[in-house]
Design a protein around this ligand. Sequence first.
Ligand code: FE2
Ligand code: FE2
Length: 169
Amino acid sequence: MKISEQEKQELEELYHFFLTHEKTQKMKDVQMHRGSNTFLHSFKVAKLAIKRALRHKKVNLKAILVASILHDYYLYDWRTEKQYKAHHAQNHPFIAAENAKKDFGIDDEIMKIIQTHMWPFNIKRFPETKEARIVNFADNRIALKEALTSRAHKERHREKELKFIEKLF
Ligand SMILES: [Fe+2]
Ligand SMILES: [Fe+2]
């Protein structure tokens, strides 16, 4: 879909709002995928999701953007906090959605996208809307990439990656 300069600007501002928000900074302390963290991961997912979304006709870009930024907003480290360890994969989408609702007042559409982002791992939680499938796809793609690169590789590219997520477009 084609979007106007004005729409582009609005999305960029929304992205920036979350990028610099004091609450999202907490995601920087949550480690994942060998040397990555949920902050870096989530903004990479958001950029890919928006890029993909623009290939579709008529999708809710704002919902995709907010859901992808907050899809892993669970804010605990399952490696160290034992009570979360056993069912992290199944539970974190729901914890993230609840946290996001509490901290940012997200609506039901965005909550639903967050809750279904772990499909097919959570086989019963199929992403039912186009928006949810786009976020699900982007998350799977980025997670796989992160899982396949070493910690050392990530450290070498840290600066480049931080630069990469500075802007949505
Ligand atoms: Fe996740
Ligand atoms: Fe994720």
